[in-house]
Design a protein around this ligand. Structure first.
Ligand SMILES: [Fe+2]
Length: 424
């Protein structure tokens, strides 16, 4: 029975994830335009909407040519074109932003930029499904300091081919032009050899000291919080901002969004930077983010993604309880209980994982991220170690949650390599 189920899931995944049969063209990766530092950003309904951002190095902002069929770099062959909606001068870059709307769900789109100088390489991406279908995503954060680790983690994202990456803050160490330039260059490693863009879902961390950084580099709303569904009612994701009050206008929005949009959703997941209860003594308690704990519990959030501490952790399903250690108690079997994972190490200096709670499954100190499969029956989470990246194989898109050759997983003591969170 179990095997039958596995085969059924695999078949659905094949239908969803197998590529668009992209024709190979010798010059598809040439770039004669003055554009660079590409990123595709998701924060609005990703079944129909995507924001593409690039740095224009000279001349007028490029025009985006796009459509459902591949015309390689022949810009004029694409059926649609769109000029930049916004141009933001920031950190010495000319960040051009185009938001594509009214896209078809679960569909491939191909595109190029053309400017006064020439045409960019050919890119393509897939919109999110709007019906309940399995998909994978990656969650992690804190890429601040060590570019070699950051580049390795980015390369791993490319090899694992998730639907999107939820990046939970602290991209950079110093919030300045040099570090953002380097970070955006390193992000190019997430683009596949034949131009597939991996959407990023950005979150603000404390090292994004300027409130304008995330909006200016990714086109996010000013306060950098938002929510969207993937797979219709299968999954709703909340991008929260732990650098501004958790209550106040963000809290009001969050509460009303839960009332309007969370009912009937199978899996509720949130991500933000500052953990409620860091698993290192080097960090103080997240009193601001802890204000969300009751809301998560009341709404029945399944999984919450935290960052900032530069350790890795996994908790039991917990519920907030002021009289229990750390303000939580284990609530195994409680359909409203929430599992917390994180806490961010994508190249930031590792800290000692020296704090433990009765409801902690395990914690450890290594560079890694969470690789997550969402299905109608359950969420599955593997915590992946960033190591031996050059010998790591690529995910077989016919079986997109199967470990590629050479993938190292964390085995939490007292837990499973693959965490299963049933739909409830
Ligand atoms: Fe941080």
């Amino acid at each position: 029975m179990r095997m039958m189920k596995a085969i059924a899931v695999k078949m659905i995944l094949v239908a969803f994830l197998v590529g668009p049969g992209v024709a190979q063209s010798a010059d598809r990766n040439a770039n004669t335009s003055k554009t660079e530092k590409y990123r595709l950003v998701w924060f609005e309904d990703p079944a129909t909407t995507a924001t593409f951002v690039w740095n224009q190095l000279g001349g007028e902002p490029a025009v985006l040519h796009y459509g459902p069929r591949n015309f390689d770099r022949k810009a004029s062959e694409y059926p649609w074109k769109k000029k930049a909606d916004r141009v933001v001068e920031f950190d010495g870059m000319t960040n051009c932003m185009v938001t594509l709307r009214d896209l078809e769900p679960d569909s491939w789109y191909f595109m190029v930029l053309s400017d006064d100088f020439g045409v960019s390489r050919r890119f393509y991406f897939r919109t999110a499904p709007d019906k309940p279908e399995p998909f994978t995503f990656i969650a992690g954060g804190d890429s601040r300091n060590f570019r070699d680790v950051r580049q390795d983690a980015n390369t791993m994202c490319r090899k694992l081919q998730p639907l999107f990456v939820a990046f939970t803050g602290d991209m950079i160490n110093h919030d300045n032009a040099i570090e953002w330039g380097e970070w955006l260059d390193d992000w190019q490693l997430t683009i596949s050899e034949n131009g597939r863009l991996l959407p990023i879902v950005p979150h603000r961390g404390n090292h994004e000291a300027r409130a304008a950084s995330i909006p200016s580099h990714f086109g996010m709303p000013d306060d950098s919080y938002a929510a969207f569904n993937v797979g219709g009612d299968l999954f709703r994701y909340y991008i929260l901002n732990s650098q501004i009050p958790a209550d106040g206008s963000q809290g009001d929005w969050f509460k009303s969004d839960l009332v309007e949009n969370a009912k009937g959703v199978t899996h509720l997941v949130a991500g933000y930077h500052k953990p409620m209860r860091p698993h290192t003594s080097g960090k103080s308690l997240g009193q601001n983010s802890y204000k969300w704990a009751e809301l998560f519990y009341a709404a029945g959030f399944d999984l919450v993604l935290e960052s900032d501490s530069h350790v890795m952790k996994r908790t039991l399903p917990v519920k907030p309880d002021a009289d229990s250690p750390g303000g939580f108690k284990a609530a195994i079997g409680d359909p409203n209980a929430t599992i917390y994972v994180g806490e961010g190490c994508w190249g930031a200096p590792l800290r000692r994982a020296d704090v433990n709670y009765p409801w902690t499954v395990d914690r450890a100190s290594f560079n890694g991220f969470d690789w997550i499969l969402v299905t109608p029956k359950a969420i599955f989470d593997k915590t992946v170690k960033v190591e031996k990246v050059s010998s790591l194989g690529e995910v077989d898109l016919k079986d997109p949650f199967k470990d590629p050759e050479g993938l190292a997983l964390w085995k939490p003591e007292g837990g499973d390599e693959v965490l299963e969170i049933p739909a409830d």
